[in-house]
Structure formats: C-alpha cells, structure tokens
Design a protein around this ligand. Structure first.
Ligand code: SAH
Length: 392
C-alpha cells in the first residue's frame, strides 16, 4: 500500500465520514494506477484513512476504512457483504417483493459498486476500473458471504469499459425473469445493457400509486420506459394509461408487463414518440389526465431534441399542467444529484405559479430503505419525488 498526503480540508472531511476522495485532495498530483490502495495521511503524517483509486465522474476514489491496521482482503469484503445482507433481512423474508438493492455503494461501505438482487440472481454494477481490478477478491468474498445465489451477472458502468453486461456464474437466465414487487409482477432482463427493465428505487412510489393514487384514474406516464408506473396504476384499477417513450423497445416491454399481470395491453396506449411532441398533441386535442407521471432521465438526446433537468423540467411541468384534469395529481421525479430537494421543489412550484394553477404537496419520496446512504454524503441520496395535487 502506498502512502499519500492529503490536504487539511480533505483530511477533516474524510475524518468526519465523507466517503469520496477527489483529485485535488492530494498534496501532489497522483500518478498511481487505478485500483491502487492508498493510505492517506494529513500534513503531520498522521493517519486519516485507507482508500482506493478509481476514477468516476465525481470521484478519484473511495474511502474503505478509517482503521489504520485494516487489511483490505477477502475477509474485509466478506464482512461488508454479511452486514449488507443482515440489513436487508426484511426484504429477503418478504414474499411479495423479490427484487431489491443488496449493496448500495458507499452507503454500504463500498463506493464504486452496487449489487441488486432479482429473485435469487445478483447483478453487480461496477462504476470504476479501480474497484473492478479487485474483482476476484470481491467475488470470492461474495460467494462465501452469499453462497445461495442462483446466478451472478455484471455490468461495467464506466467509459471505455470492455463490455456493458455479461453473465458471470451460476445458472444463466437471459430470458425474462419475473420478479415481484408489492405483489405485482415485472419482467426483468439481467443481460441487456446497463438497465434491467425496472428501476428499483421507485418501489415506494409505485406502491403508493397501487394503494391509493391509481384507482379509477386516467394516467399519463411520460418517459415510461417499460411502463412500470402504469402497471402499478392499472393493478389498482386505473381506467386507462397512456405511455410515452421515444425508445422502440418500450412498446413490447410495456405490453409484456401488462400481459404478465393478466391485464390487456390493448386497453392502454403505448406511444413511441418524444414526450414534448405528445404533450403538444394532447394540449391541442384538449386531452385531460387525472394522474400524470414525470420521471425523465437527467439528460437525454433524441432525434428531435435534447432534454436536461436543469434547463427543461419547468417547461415539462407547465406542459403537463395544461392537460391535468381538475383535482388531478402530478408526480414529478428526478434523480439528478446536482439539484437539491429544495431547488427541485422550487422549480416545480414555480411552474404551477406561472401556470396560475393552485396545488399542494400531498406526498414526497426519497430513496427506499434498501438504498442505504450515509448522512455525511447527502448528494448520494439523489432521488426526489413530489406528488402535487391540484386544488380545483
Ligand atoms: N420512468 C421510467 C424510467 C425512465 S428511464 C420508470 O419508472 O421505469 C428514461 C426513459 O426516457 C428512457 O426509456 C428513454 O427512452 C426515455 N426518453 C428520453 N428522452 C425522451 C424524450 N424526449 N421523449 C420520450 N422519451 C424519452
């Protein structure tokens, strides 16, 4: 292990629990290779923490331990996995929800890796090359801590990676895997790109739609992807859903989600098109919806336009308000770490103000319990969801 001196501010921050190591934290420019384990010391050469180097958008590496004599070996990772597993005991024993996040990066002590559980299968997503260099040790530890896995898949989620997704070991399951969430069935594909077909961090929002907000409603689901929100609403007794997504694959995937739940996809609209074009159309035809879901990606470029949350969210909300039925509800969501909860709230409420429509905040969601985050690193709690109801 190499010893590197870090600046005082960085030393204080890391001692306080901040898990990220940044490029400019180091006294001298670092040339060590990714994956290198580093012992960080302050300007008095006093020990601060052990970490590893791994370049990500916002990080040069991650803190692994604040114990000077810690050995970063299979036993170290084994302990992290056992703790992660214990913390998810209620998920493992819940028969109605069979997919959840098993390990959430730094929130579980291992920045750079997330592991999702899908009905016995584990999907590893690696966010930097540095940690991936330790893959063998980490996998060995995982198989000791979690010997009863059905299969393991992995995804490389960093630039210039040699592949996106692949099967690692156990039993292969490349066809649709049906998982349960609050009793609803969803089809996931473990070996297709970086995504699997469902965003598990929206579980509680889908749960609420199913319990309370879907019944008897007409629903507009924008950026609908595989239509997960619509399935939750329909299982609750929504009258009809309209699903809008620019990606071709969304059509068959959304149909499949309805079908596996015994719902007729022909009762719903699935439109492969730009959300803004659809909203123009809906406004022109004076369509109205009781429940509108706005869950766009942080940034997206389609043939027609680019969308960024910072630039375009207000406009999106304003367009949606134009097709919102009296007493209707809009669910706004973003997973951008750049926008704080309060900034996002201001953006959304400003859109209502400018539209001269009164609404109030009915409910609010962040990440669910399995997405562990540390209080010392608030940006990692990236999800913000508001449910706003029109008062007239
Ligand atoms: N709300 C979804 C997840 C959205 S993922 C869910 O809960 O499952 C983002 C989706 O937005 C992708 O499927 C992408 O195809 C779609 N998308 C991005 N820009 C778009 C645009 N301008 N119009 C329509 N769809 C868009």
């Amino acid at each position: 292990m190499i010893t590197l001196e870090i600046k005082s501010l960085a030393a204080n921050r890391i001692r306080d629990g901040y898990p990220v190591i940044e490029d400019f934290d180091f006294k001298k420019k670092i040339n060590e290779k990714e994956g290198e384990l580093v012992r960080m010391v302050d300007s008095n050469q006093r020990f601060v923490a052990i970490g590893y180097l791994g370049a990500e958008k916002r990080a040069a590496g991650w803190v692994l331990s604040r114990e000077e004599d810690e050995q970063i070996d299979a036993r170290f990772f084994d302990r992290l996995f056992r703790i992660a597993r214990t913390k998810r005991a209620t998920f493992y024993s819940d028969d109605t929800t069979t997919a959840f996040r098993f390990l959430n990066g730094d929130g579980d002590g291992l920045g750079g890796l997330t592991i999702d559980y899908y009905d016995g299968y584990y999907v590893f997503s690696w966010y930097n090359k540095g940690l991936y260099a330790h893959k063998e040790t980490i996998m060995k530890a995982f198989k000791v801590a979690v010997p009863d896995f059905k299969g393991i898949y992995e995804k490389l989620n960093y630039p210039k990676a040699s592949f996106q997704t692949r099967f690692v070991e156990g039993t292969k399951h490349d066809e649709a895997l049906i998982i349960l969430e609050n009793g609803i069935r969803y089809a996931v594909y473990l070996n297709e790109g970086w995504m699997t077909g469902i965003f598990l961090d929206q579980r509680n929002v889908r749960g609420k739609i199913m319990e309370e907000w879907g019944m008897g409603k007409t629903v507009l689901n924008t950026f609908s992807y595989t239509g997960a929100f619509s399935v939750a609403a329909s299982m609750a007794g929504a009258v009809k859903t309209v699903n809008v997504d620019a990606a071709n694959r969304s059509k068959e995937r959304t149909r499949e989600q309805f079908e596996i739940n015994g719902l007729n996809p022909d009762d719903h609209e699935i439109r492969v098109m730009d959300v803004f074009s659809y909203l123009d159309y809906a406004i022109k035809h004076k369509l109205q919806f009781d429940l509108i879901i706005l869950d766009p990606p942080t940034f997206a470029r389609t043939k027609k336009r680019t969308f960024s949350v910072e630039e375009d969210y207000s406009e999106l909300v304003k367009d949606a308000i134009k097709v919102l039925a009296p007493n209707g509800m809009i669910i706004t969501s973003t997973n951008s770490w750049k926008i704080s909860r309060d900034e996002f709230y201001d953006m959304v409420s400003q859109a209502f103000d400018e539209s001269q429509v009164d609404a109030y905040l009915v409910d609010e969601f962040g990440l669910p319990e399995d997405y562990k985050t540390s209080q010392e690193y608030p940006e990692s709690n990236y999800l913000k969801v508001f449910a706003l109801k029109r008062t007239s």
